[in-house]
Write a new protein. Structure first.
Length: 250
């Protein structure tokens, strides 16, 4: 398994080799515009990432070179070793902005699909009356990330909550022993684009932040233990270097 840092380097190198403007470059303004790559599967080939605000609503936007959301993980039938596909906006916002402990790690907004488990117990995304069977439907999370070599040298994980610890958590924390929130903000897919509208009490904090865009596969640890959820495969990083160059409303 390649390390997270190795994938950062390869992504940056590929961007340098390909060069030129994205096929969608003239259609997207502001945020981070990225060159399309034939080396990345089109549903995860980021060409544009943006966060904009209106009133107290922030809109998280991502565009890819193919049809956004068209590819989901295959069902494995068990939790251990199962996959999570994700569209992610890493930010430099303090995790306390959404209800986690201050300085707990890298706060990221994510849209995910994972058919082998459900982590949105308050919501019934597929509308069948059972809120515990719709993990495969694309849905949103806040997660806090940190590096952990147990996931692979330099790789990131969703931060684990040690047994017995009682950290500050958002009200919609789904009960998993990791720093994750399931706020229920529904993603909207349209052709090559994905957007999520997210309300904030203090929109000024968001407007001062920086961000990036990432598409990736995460994996539940085979032992379902610390670490629980690792970033196993980075498909693409908008900036190429995870430098969070995006500025909100710019």
């Amino acid at each position: 398994m390649q390390s997270f840092k190795s994938r950062l380097f390869l992504a940056s190198l590929l961007s340098t080799i390909v060069g030129g403007a994205s096929a969608h470059g003239t259609e997207h303004h502001g945020g981070v515009v990225t060159t399309a790559s034939k080396a990345v599967k089109a549903p995860f080939d980021i060409v544009h990432t943006r966060i904009s605000t209106k009133g107290r609503i922030a809109t998280f936007h991502m565009a890819v070179s193919g049809k956004a959301g068209a590819t989901r993980p295959a069902k494995s039938g068990k939790l251990a070793g199962s996959s999570v596909f994700s569209y992610v906006w890493p930010t430099n916002l303090d995790p306390a902005v959404v209800g986690f402990e201050r300085k707990a790690g890298i706060l990221a907004f994510a849209v995910t699909s994972h058919p082998d488990f459900d982590d949105t117990p308050l919501f019934d995304e597929n509308g069948d009356g059972d809120p515990a069977n719709d993990g495969d439907v694309w849905h949103s999370h806040w997660v806090v990330l940190q590096a952990d070599d147990a996931c692979g040298k330099g790789a990131l994980k969703v931060v684990d909550i040690p047994e017995g610890a009682k950290p500050h958590l958002p009200k919609t924390w789904p009960g998993l022993p990791i720093l994750i929130d399931s706020p229920g903000w529904s993603p909207t897919f349209k052709n090559e684009t994905l957007e999520v509208r997210v309300p904030f009490d203090d929109i000024g904090v968001v407007e001062a932040g920086g961000f990036d865009g990432v598409t990736a596969a995460l994996r539940v640890n085979a032992s379902v233990h610390n670490p629980l959820l690792c970033v196993a495969n980075v498909f693409k990083i908008a900036s190429g270097t995870l430098s969070l160059p995006g500025k909100v409303n710019q």
